[in-house]
Design a protein around this ligand. Sequence first.
Ligand SMILES: [Zn+2]
Length: 439
Amino acid sequence: MLAHATVIDTTGGPSIRDVVVVVEGNRVKAVEPAGRATLPKHARVVDATGKYVIPGLWDMHTHLFSHVDRPGTNRSAWAFPLYVANGVTGVRDLWTDPDDIATARRWNELRAQGTLLAPHLEWSSRIVDGDPPHIKGAAVVTTPDQARQLVEELKAGGAGFIKTYWNLRREVFFAIAEQAKKSGIPFAGHVPSSVSAFEASDAGMKSIEHLTGIEETCSTRSDEFQRIPPEKWTPNLGDLVARRAFETFDEKRCADLFARFARNGTWQVPTLLLLQSLGLAQEAGIASSPALEYVPTFVREKWPVRDGAGRPLALRRARFARLLRFVGDLHRAGVGILAGSDFGNPLMVAGFSLHDELALLTEAGLTPLQALQTATRNVGVYFGRNDIGTINQGSVADLVILDADPVVDIRNTRRIAGVVLGGRYVDRQELQALLDGLR
Ligand SMILES: [Zn+2]
């Protein structure tokens, strides 16, 4: 149990000072004022005077399995220590093949038994794409019938949700949406280039990753962009469309879109750090982050240098400024935002990048508490669970103990004094040992 802690109320209330958080097994048994708490006998007491306790953080967009660079392998050996050392106690994996699902289940079991220091995993499915697929290894579907059948197969194989991708044709995407609804499985991912973000939201897409489709849909030329067939898309054309979309931005259309997301309950996982890294990795310091030293050399060696790729710097800056503005506007429109790092991509580092993402969300206009909610309370709402993302009696015992108040400054989520992982207390020395072991 933690004594004399200040508990941050991620539902939005004021922080609660001098309380005792009693943990039993893998659950929070009680949260009580220090004076009134009945302490269990033989309990391990951690003095948390002057410390702040938050629910364990979630990275809502990660890639623990390698499908492209080293198929058949996963990144757990170095990602799990980084996640735990950074207070990330839950992750949502965005490309999970059937055999990966078996692995993820095993990890969760070992974690629950206390034999694996790892975040809890939620997973998706194989990436479902059109022809030609945007990425090697995706499941390709070209007809509505195939799509319906694949949704059924993926669901039967234990998928958490259906992950959609760029090159799905309209009728195929809508067939996925319809079948997913019928079968009772969510679908989420990229808004394919053939549909507008209005249509994706109306079709019931649960979450949109990387703000996909928003720049295009907020343009007066949206219809024209949608008619570009998948096989025509190249990086150069993508750049051109982004530029045209930027120039033909329609404020009113965008406000309508965000209101639609709010009405439909469409979540956004902006992955701002990733988007910033695509054009501004040098100037934002992402390419020189000290956290990169924890990334194995064999991984770093394969990272392409793609900063800017010859596009004008002024445009890259202006586009990212607009993406930040989108996130602030989405939040003010009442759209649910979730923090995700897109770990698995170049320059993204498990755990560390999530703290960077939270900081970027405050740059977009969220308060530190609202940014914290995107990795805690909002996660519980997204999964429809009231036992994660908040600290109450019955909550899962995944907690982070901080040396400084994250509500004052979101950067304080990095000042980790200890982590409670599935009820087990991992102190600062042990966390440091996890990091040192990777050097
Ligand atoms: Zn991703």
